[in-house]
Design a protein around this ligand. Structure first.
Ligand code: ZN
Length: 200
């Protein structure tokens, strides 16, 4: 467990230095039935769970699993565009520090996710999520209408078939708002820095 905690801390500092600044997230070992994919990211309780067995001999497997879950922590619960970009950015970082095998593992996992047969529901939910991140000010009607037309449904059909659509819209909206707020803070810091250097 100690090894797991220190690995978690190490990966967080190395791959996600701007995430979890307050050190609120924790790592847990859980039963396979509770984390069926080997890992689980509970964003509400700020907990990442992993379940043995992972291959002790191959550290990269566990690193890849933790980075996969951390990418969910940073983005959202889906394997959509945002998560993918975040996960692949970690692969680039791994490559930059000479961890070639880890980078390969991450990239091939992304490939597997892209190629794996997913349910239409998964695509629909990912598309709603991505649409809101691209257009954070769009109304629910506008987003649902667009996603529905993309999958050749009427908005009513979509909402009836995919019961979580509304929930996912609001989750994405909340995340987008937080992101805008963070960007504003970063922008203000940047402006301050520029005005200071300007004066000097
Ligand atoms: Zn995942």
């Amino acid at each position: 467990m100690e090894i797991l905690v220190s690995l978690f801390n190490e990966l967080r500092s190395c791959f996600f230095p701007r995430w979890d600044i307050k050190r609120e997230w924790k790592i847990e070992v859980r039963d396979r039935t509770e984390a069926p994919g080997g890992g689980y990211c509970d964003r509400e309780n700020k907990t990442i769970s992993v379940s043995p067995p992972w291959s002790e001999a191959d550290d990269d497997d566990l690193c890849c699993l933790l980075i996969h879950e951390m990418s969910h922590a940073v983005t959202n619960d889906y394997h959509g565009k945002k998560w993918e970009v975040c996960f692949l950015t970690a692969a680039d970082k791994a490559l930059g520090i000479g961890q070639i095998e880890l980078a390969d593992k991450i990239r091939s996992e992304v490939k597997t996710y892209r190629e794996s047969p997913r349910t239409i529901a998964h695509y629909v939910y990912c598309t709603i999520h991505d649409a809101v991140s691209d257009q954070p000010d769009a109304s629910m009607d506008a987003v649902i209408a667009w996603v529905a037309s993309y999958y050749a449904f009427t908005p009513q059909e979509l909402l009836k078939r995919y019961r979580k659509a509304e929930k996912i819209f609001y989750e994405a909206k909340y995340e987008a708002k937080e992101e805008v707020a963070q960007m504003k803070v970063a922008r203000a810091k940047f402006d301050e820095l520029v005005s200071q250097t300007g004066r000097g």
